[in-house]
Design a binder for this molecule. Sequence first.
Ligand code: NIG
Ligand code: FE
Length: 384
Amino acid sequence: MTGTTLIDGIRLLYTGDPEREEIPDAALVIDNGLLAWAGPASRAPDADERVDAGGRAVIPGFVDSHAHLVFAGDRTAEFQARMSGEPYTGGGIRTTVAATRGAGDAELATRAFGLVNEMLAQGTTTVEIKSGYGLSVEDERRCLELATVLTDETTFLGAHVVPSGMDADAYVRLVAGEMLEACAPYAKWVDVFCERGAFDGDQTREILTAGVKAGLGARVHANQLTEGPGVRIACEIGAASADHCTHLTPADVDALASSGTVATLLPGAEFSTRSPYPDARRLLDAGATVALATDCNPGSSFTSSMAFCVALAVREMRMTPLEAIRAATYGGARALRRTDVGWLRPGARADIVILDAPSYVHLAYRPGVPLVHQVFHNGLLLEE
Ligand code: NIG
Ligand code: FE
């Protein structure tokens, strides 16, 4: 289909564009999958077709910059145990690794496709997908190959944990060598779980450096369960994002604020592990760029809902509704170093969400309520 589409009747447009974030009584024009125009409805140009938003609010599609969607099995029992007082240690990752290794490609692909569609229906039009539940050369490679069908934002996370029965140093050599070589053609990013019980600072540096040498961008699971070197290393090597950022020293906050590394907060993980939330206020006040993402995975955060994360960020992390919607759109795009998504400015991808609400504030004000009315992805209206 060619031709232009005008969306008018927008009570409040949140653009995600820092130069002009909110436009009341707005309209948008889509042309050939891209956003052609955004502004006050009174000045809207003519178009071939018209969609009436009916007085609803409009936002850019959410950018979920951190998700683990290629896996098999289920960790309900681990969740139940946690809700009875057990701590989260990350050790359950190996349970999912065993299930994933035992699953065929079709099963893994169907499951991941289902989660991506679940996300789309909730307004997420860009998602990053990590490997990390294979932990062998072939299982990591095939998980990433399956992910490339669903997104351009694929991340090699061979360094999730050391698989059972393997020596840690030997595994780091494998990840930074043969596994990276097999996975790099299917990955845009390299990631390491830098944490006590996973990978230490030296191991993290070695793997990220090898990944960058192979042409991948860096991102780090940093400071989730304890203070540690993850954030520092992410900032030093110019990683696009340090993710979790739950346990930060003042020096970590300064490093994030003065670097191009985005602090990606994943409040679904604190919710589902019953842990203290990261201090978003401290990061924002220091001047860091903050993103919100779901961390969708079967262990620590089995939610696909960015709206839920926005609500948690506002209620539990002292972010304002404006800061939270910004982090879930513009911030996610910064964390993926993308300028074509995360905002509605001319030339961007026409990824547009019409909310069944008069304002984006309702995402936090009405937690748990499905507020997505319609989603346009690449300018095309998704069928319900
Ligand atoms: O981001 N922290 C490490 N990785 C995931 C958890 C994975 C799991 O528990 O299966 C996370 O929380
Ligand atoms: Fe994660």
